[in-house]
Ligand binder design. Structure first.
Ligand SMILES: C=CC1=C(C)c2cc3[nH]c(cc4nc(cc5[nH]c(cc1n2)c(C)c5CCC(=O)O)C(CCC(=O)O)=C4C)c(C)c3C=C
Ligand SMILES: [Fe+2]
Ligand SMILES: [Fe+2]
Length: 328
């Protein structure tokens, strides 16, 4: 990148979904999420999206608040995303400043961009923390960032990294998580452990319209398994949340199939999340674990999330360096 302002800090901005930082925040967070037509198009068109979002968030909050209570009253997503931003910026050098912009809860892109302007940041690399591209996540977050940049910091020059599902540093780091997961099983059981990758589901219409999410997710799984070696694996899609046709198979159905096949041990590997949040800590660790045990899978474990794993942060710093090289 041409250094027009030597000495001015360069921003490293991580984009993610965000989540409630208190139980009171659950409902307004859900409202922001359901009001986003890039993520979900509620019936009867754009005009009624917000009234519907208010209604759905009201009812969904009653149930979901208990899930957040069970994991400590808030999501750890912001903590981990901040640690990731700091870890990546620190590996790049003193000129780089870490920032986080969340799509549906604080710090929102507007706040982050106002802060970057106040800090004198003139240039930035913006990194979506979703490795696999869909308009529902990265597409929506990037649009939101662009809108906020135009409003709060129009002079900012930035480049966006939208997908990195096959980045070697990511695959190496994820393979290390799988190895750590396998070590949770006793040595005699380990050869029989069935690996089950679980990605977040999308409504099938996103795939039908051409989003590459499914290809990306499958490429990631293949890249990880190349590193792990000869072992059978399956793929499921978790966290369906509305009455539309979702990607298949549902992770729960795959767990049921594995139980029916008499598999005694399953390692679930969350593949589309790069840190712990409600869907690893509650959905997998509590709901799926209970379900698997009830189906007869006595040994059910989850591989650790990437969080601030040093190999992952080094791999992400390389990804950003690569982008900076291309910019130059
Ligand atoms: C790859 C990651 C994610 C995809 C793809 C995704 C799609 C998607 N999500 C919903 C609805 C909800 N998502 C919720 C929370 C949430 N989702 C992700 C990631 C992906 N979502 C994250 C990181 C979070 C935040 C979790 C936290 O710890 O707070 C929620 C709120 C929680 C709940 O009510 O269960 C909803 C609702 C849809 C409809 C969708 C695809 C279009
Ligand atoms: Fe989601
Ligand atoms: Fe979800």
């Amino acid at each position: 990148m041409k250094d027009e302002n030597p000495g001015s800090p360069i921003g490293i901005v991580l984009l993610n979904m965000g989540g409630p930082d208190s139980l009171e925040a659950v409902k307004p967070f859900l409202y922001n999420l359901f009001a986003d037509r890039d993520l979900i198009q509620l019936p009867l068109g754009a005009l009624l999206q917000k009234p519907f979002a208010r209604l759905i968030s009201h009812f969904r909050a009653k149930k979901v608040v208990e899930n957040y209570r069970a994991i400590g009253g808030k999501t750890p997503l912001l903590h981990w995303t901040q640690r990731q931003a700091e870890g990546i910026a620190a590996r790049l050098g003193a000129t780089y400043r870490p920032y986080v912009a969340m799509r549906y809860w604080h710090p929102r892109a507007d706040e982050t961009l106002a802060q970057m302007a106040a800090d004198g940041v003139q240039r930035a690399v913006v990194l979506s923390m979703y490795p696999h591209y869909t308009g529902a996540t990265t597409g929506s977050s990037v649009k939101d960032f662009q809108r906020a940049a135009a409003a709060k910091h129009p002079a900012l020059k930035y480049r966006v990294i939208e997908q990195w599902y096959d980045w070697p540093g990511y695959l190496d780091a994820l393979a290390q998580c799988v190895r750590a997961g396998l070590e949770k099983f006793s040595e005699d059981l380990r050869p029989q452990v069935q690996i089950l990758f679980s990605a977040h589901a999308l409504p099938q219409k996103f795939i039908d319209r051409g989003d590459p999410y499914l290809e990306h997710v499958l490429d990631t799984a293949r890249g990880v398994m190349k590193r792990i070696g000869n072992r059978s694996w399956r793929m499921g899609f978790q966290s369906r949340s509305g009455p539309v046709k979702w990607m298949e198979p549902d992770t729960v159905e795959v767990i049921d199939q594995l139980a029916a096949e008499g598999r005694p041990a399953v390692l679930l590997v969350p593949i589309s999340f790069v840190s712990d949040h409600i869907e690893t800590l509650h959905e997998i660790d509590i709901e799926y674990r209970e379900h698997a045990r009830a189906q007869g899978i006595v040994h059910f474990e989850r591989s650790p999330s990437l969080n601030e794993q040093p190999e992952f942060l080094a791999g992400m710093a390389d990804l950003v360096s690569n982008e900076l090289e291309n910019w130059r």
